[in-house]
Design a protein around this ligand. Structure first.
Ligand code: PLP
Length: 446
């Protein structure tokens, strides 16, 4: 697939960048990195001039595509105010006001740069508030790469052993993360109310927080069971445990007010990144005033940093939220999602490929081999035809689909849509997927 330009850049990159990449996630499984020259809307152009329809979209951050005009104008205007300064202006106040008006749980806001930072700080706030240390997280939910929560993720080298009461061994998701920190993390299967209630009974004297992706979008697209979500909210409230929604992927995506608006369930704290900045490096922790006040000032939790709340990122986020707030935005995104999901379902039926397909807010999980809705990571593993998935991924890439059927070790990566995709892009993509199904015979074993 790669011509000499791509191959030459690869060789050159490896002489200065580890593994040939500036960011590890760009070293794609099965293929390694692809080098691009430019991007526009939902399209990417590689160094050899090949066009791709982008379905990775900055790992879910580029909800408006690569170069939305509203953001470009706002960023150019911000540059006139002084290059990248990070002191307080009215813009940060405007952004916090906007977040408080949009997000149900948000009474106060503090800014950061990445989703990783946001979840790290949220846990620190919960520990400060409760004076306790343990955190419940769910298997396969991803909260960034910091040491506190990097357990039982798709980068863990193996599945954790099942333990007493339905708990799961917290296997670190990276070399260098002390396994001793796993003693502060209780890993549970998602959507298992009994295991959750048992774990709270067992650990509540030490439990500071429960953190969850309200929709498990790092496992494709797994929605919470209504009864499970309600039980988690009720039990954490009763026991004084801080409930943190990691809305880094769901925030401003599944609805303007994120998953908490979508389900009508408010956490105590919520973490944002990705679509908050639609491509800019910005993140936030938002939540109840009495809990947020743990943060300095007025509280004692340290949260700040050289790059936090920079004017350029704030200007980008303000412009992004402006576009996302326009009437009809989420209806259109839903219509694109439904078109993709319906098309995939009918293709897999036509080609007799057992599959489950689910999509919410432009994040679509396609699970080849599964016959029914997975409710957690073990359900995915119990039937996912990874071999077929991998073959389809490589063929999709050849056909100029970037991020369709990308496999992770324990689940499929979701296919991501953005506002720059058109119904014609979706139809064109489905045609290409049909061609793949004609080329790649479905074999029952992965
Ligand atoms: N939380 C969730 C749910 C994520 O999906 C991610 C990244 O994919 C993060 C946190 C970490 O965000 P970042 O990559 O901005 O550090």
């Amino acid at each position: 697939m790669h011509t000499s330009q791509m191959a030459a850049l690869r060789l050159r990159a490896e002489q200065s960048l580890l593994g040939g990449v500036a960011s590890g996630w760009n070293h794609l499984s099965l293929t390694g990195p692809i080098y691009f020259k430019r991007a526009h809307g939902a399209y990417l152009y590689d160094v050899d001039g090949r066009r791709y329809i982008d379905y990775f979209l900055g790992w879910g951050s580029l909800l408006l595509g690569h170069d939305p005009p509203g953001m470009r104008d706002a960023l150019l205007a911000a540059l006139q105010q002084g290059f990248c300064h990070e002191y307080e202006t009215e813009s940060q106040i405007l952004l916090a006001e906007k977040i408080c008006s949009i997000v149900p749980c948000a009474e106060r806001v503090r800014l950061a740069n990445s989703g990783t930072e946001a979840t790290m700080y949220a846990v620190r706030v919960a520990r400060s508030r409760t004076g306790k240390n343990k955190i419940i997280k769910f298997e396969g939910h991803f909260h960034g790469l910091h040491d506190t929560l990097l357990f039982a993720t798709d980068s863990s080298p193996r599945l954790g052993a099942l333990q007493e009461g339905g708990e799961i061994e917290p296997v670190p998701g990276s070399s260098g993360v002390p396994s001793a920190l796993g003693e502060l993390v209780v890993v549970l299967p998602f959507n298992d109310t009994e295991a959750f209630a048992r774990a709270v009974e067992r650990h509540h004297a030490d439990l500071a927080a429960v953190i969850m992706e309200p929709i498990a979008m790092n496992l494709g697209c797994i929605a919470p069971d209504r009864a499970f979500l309600d039980a988690v909210r009720r039990i954490t409230s009763e026991k004084g445990i801080v409930l943190i929604f990691d809305e880094v992927l769901t925030g401003f995506r599944v609805a303007l007010g994120g998953a908490q608006e979508y389900y009508g369930v408010s956490p105590d704290l919520a973490c944002y990144g990705k679509a908050l900045g639609c491509g800019m490096s910005i993140a936030a922790v938002a939540g109840r005033k009495d809990i947020m006040e743990e943060i300095y000032p007025p509280g004692q939790v340290q949260m700040g940093g050289t790059n936090s709340g920079r004017i350029l990122a704030v200007a980008g986020a303000l412009a992004a939220l402006d576009t996302l707030s326009r009437p009809g935005f989420y209806e259109r995104l839903s219509a694109l999602t439904d078109r993709f999901v319906a098309g995939m379902r009918s293709l897999t039926q036509r080609y007799d490929i057992p599959s489950y397909v689910e999509g919410i807010g432009g994040r679509i999980g396609v699970y080849f081999g599964l016959q029914r809705r997975p409710r957690n990571m073990r359900d995915v593993l119990d039937g996912w035809n990874q071999g077929f998935h991998n073959e389809c991924y490589l063929k999709a890439l050849e056909k100029g689909l970037y991020g369709v059927f990308h496999p992770l070790p324990f689940s499929p990566e979701s296919i991501t849509l953005c506002a720059a995709h058109t119904p014609e892009d979706i139809d064109d993509t489905l045609d290409k997927i049909e061609a793949i199904f004609k080329q790649v015979p479905y074999t029952r074993t992965g």
